[in-house]
Design a binder for this molecule. Structure first.
Ligand SMILES: CC(C)(COP(=O)(O)OP(=O)(O)OC[C@H]1O[C@@H](n2cnc3c(N)ncnc32)[C@H](O)[C@@H]1OP(=O)(O)O)[C@@H](O)C(=O)NCCC(=O)NCCS
Length: 149
């Protein structure tokens, strides 16, 4: 497994991974994402100095995406792997590597993860990667558990 910075030509691969039903179900916006909407969002995200996107590669395959969205001194991290790449330890490893790198590049910035209550795989991966439960919060009618690194 290795991480590399996302590039413009990863746009469609990132869309496929983020648009997978399991990934949508556990995101703030659960609806399908039209490709055109994703393309506009992705171009903005790549140009945004507050956003950091890592591509998770496994061999020559794009296995997943880790994204940090920064607001002042805190960043929210999210992760999604393509279905075939799950349950092999990749998510845990990718989170550990991405958080180390993020803290090296952004010293003093806190890292948090918002996980939809009941997303067992995510809770397990974040805990194994060194996150601990901080609080719960209801937002738009859904309960989130918020983990801190
Ligand atoms: C969440 C996600 C990134 C986890 O990555 P992963 O590579 O599948 O997880 P790992 O293989 O590193 O497993 C970490 C732990 O979670 C457990 N786990 C993984 N999938 C699980 C599942 N579906 N149900 C319960 N536990 C699960 C593993 O057993 C492991 O614990 P163990 O070592 O004690 O057995 C991946 O499942 C995913 O992309 N899900 C869809 C998107 C999503 O929900 N993202 C999170 C939004 S915050």
């Amino acid at each position: 497994m290795r991480l590399r910075r996302a590039r413009a030509d990863d746009c469609e691969a990132v869309w496929r991974i983020n648009n997978d039903p399991e990934a949508r179900k556990h995101s703030k916006q659960t609806a399908d994402i039209p490709l055109a909407e994703h393309e506009a969002w992705y171009a903005r995200a790549l140009a945004d100095p507050q956003a950091t996107i890592w591509i998770v590669e496994h061999g020559s395959v794009i296995a997943g995406v880790v994204r940090f969205a920064r607001e002042k001194n805190a960043a929210t991290v999210s992760i999604a792997l393509s279905p075939k790449q799950r349950r092999r330890g990749l998510g845990t490893q990718a989170l550990m590597d991405a958080c180390h790198r993020y803290q090296d590049e952004n010293p003093g910035v806190r890292i948090e993860a918002w996980i939809v209550e009941g997303n067992k795989a995510s809770v397990a991966a974040f805990q194994k990667a060194g996150f601990h439960l901080k609080r719960s919060q209801l937002e738009d009618g859904r309960l989130y558990v918020i983990y801190a690194y």
